[in-house]
Design a protein around this ligand. Structure first.
Ligand code: PGA
Length: 251
């Protein structure tokens, strides 16, 4: 793991209401001292980013967005939220290029990179998601697809995070084997090293896709896994704290 501080991020997707923000307070209570050794992040839906950031201003929990506009400057872009706006209300991270956006909104690598760069320009750390579909894995194209996504989607410079999320593992009950996870994480780091040299050793690479309290512990032991991006199991403090406390750095 080297000097990379683990990051465990929760992606609430389009779930939750104002009342569910109480889960974030409960999470802060439960994780206790582990929060000094692990960066813990919650990415609620856009309308809840501001209240969540306000609620956690004196707590060791970071708040992020789930997406941002590729436009760095204020612009006539109805419905979009800029990274600068996320930063303004207290967000420090933003997920970009999640497979649900790549698929449902036809987001290209190029657009994802523009979003990541807009985030960097606003001082917000982008979490750039990559990952193959089931068909691509079956066709033996994992290295090609993930390599292409990494090269095309990460910003030209600066500190960013990459999340490896095999599309077929999201929202289900199946995950790659630990060896498969290690293999793709190594491939991502190698690709980053080709672009950024030794600096690639500082980039945190998260695993995401059906991470829960039962499998997180073993996934965290995989070489090159610097944390997780968690969907479903991040909605309830009980589940998410069990994942965080299951990280070897938590003890
Ligand atoms: P999941 O989602 O943990 O519910 O599989 C992960 C993600 O899509 O980020």
């Amino acid at each position: 793991m080297g000097s990379r501080k683990p990051l465990i991020a929760g992606n609430w997707k389009m779930f939750g209401r104002g009342a569910d923000l109480a889960e974030i307070g409960a999470l802060a209570e439960t994780i206790g001292a582990a929060a000094s050794k692990i960066d813990v992040l919650i990415c609620p839906p856009a309308v809840f980013v501001a209240p969540a950031a306000w609620q956690t201003r004196d707590k060791p929990i970071l708040i992020g967005g789930q997406d941002c506009s590729p436009n760095a400057a204020d612009a006539a872009r109805t419905g979009e939220v800029s990274a600068a706006m996320l930063a303004d209300v207290g967000a420090t991270y933003v997920i970009v290029g999640h497979s649900e956006r790549r698929q449902n909104h036809k987001e290209s690598d190029d657009l994802v990179r523009q979003k990541a760069e807009a985030a960097m320009a606003a001082g917000v750390t982008p979490i750039v998601c990559v990952g193959e579909t089931q068909a691509e894995r079956a066709a033996g194209q994992v290295a090609e697809v993930v390599g292409r996504q990494v090269k095309g989607s990460v910003p030209a410079q600066g500190a960013f995070v990459v999340a490896y999320e095999p599309v077929w593992a999201i929202g289900g009950n199946s995950t790659p084997t630990l060896a498969e996870i290690a293999e793709v994480h190594a491939l991502i780091r190698e690709t980053l090293a080709g672009q950024f040299g030794a600096q690639a050793n500082e980039t945190r690479i998260l695993y995401g896709g059906s991470v829960g309290p039962k499998n997180a512990g073993e996934i965290f032991t995989v070489e090159g896994v610097d944390g997780a991006l968690v969907g479903r199991a991040s909605l309830k403090a009980a589940d998410f704290s069990a994942i965080i406390l299951g990280h070897p750095a938590a003890v």
